[in-house]
Design a protein around this ligand. Sequence first.
Ligand SMILES: [Zn+2]
Length: 323
Amino acid sequence: MGWRTRFLAALAGVALATDAAAAPDVPQRVADGVWLIPGAVGGGRQPDGNTVVFDTGKALVVIDTGRHPAHRDAILAFAAERREPIVAVINSHWHLDHVSGNPALRAAYPGLKVYASNAIDEALTGFLARSAAQARELMAAGKVPPGSVGELKADLATTDNGEALKPDIVVTKSGSARFGALSLRFNLAPNAATARDVWVYDEPRRIVAAGDLVTLPAAFLDTACPAGWSAALAAIDATPFDTLVPGHGAPMTHDEFRTYRRAFDGLVDCAATDASKAACAERWVSDLGGLLPSDQTAMARGMSGYYVEQVLRRPAALPCGRP
Ligand SMILES: [Zn+2]
């Protein structure tokens, strides 16, 4: 989720002050050799994306690096405690809550290679540049809440240093990569949550790391093409995984993922009818059922209603034509 969302969502009267269920930044085991470092959502600040860490046997591979210093520090502390270097970072997509820790991890492990699609190139000259300009205007006009100025400045510093976020190895198509004893399948999803998302499958352990193709409490549609996103969810569903780690929220089973997928397609379908945005938001919440933490219901309703009105019902603005 971009910082822009939060400001626009705040203007739309959406409360974002709910606490996430999992303790943020505290590593939790997903399977043997796989951990989740949960990103914080809520608490009145911008989110961090989830980080997934794989042990190759003698080194670590890290998926996504968060936004805030506390999150990247948790990744570095985890590696230091295990006495294993981080040899690779895989960015699921370029949103700042998933890539901002790249420079710090690179500085700590100079041999580290970043794997990602090159969608960040056009984002840095397009969406992120426009967002930064808008942020500077809001700050100059004194329209940013005092408590958010520090965070916004940190995001601006991150985008100003955009070259340091870019991949060393550009993922241009789906395929497998080997890191020591670890083999991961990279799946390139075009025109999904961003122009080119990457989701990862660990076949031996039947684990998917989905990035922001799966997020709670809402699907963050700011830079999305809904049709491509839906196709990516179908491809994930066709993969024989048992556990899926979303970009935000707790790990889920395959059945739980199917609930999410149905809810996503339901929201897109609803937006194409003349139902009210509140009715579509209600459908999102009810389709998710128990998958949605109860303390995130208000946030889910507010954000999904916002996306129906501001994104899904503005088809001309949907970025679905990217190569
Ligand atoms: Zn995110």
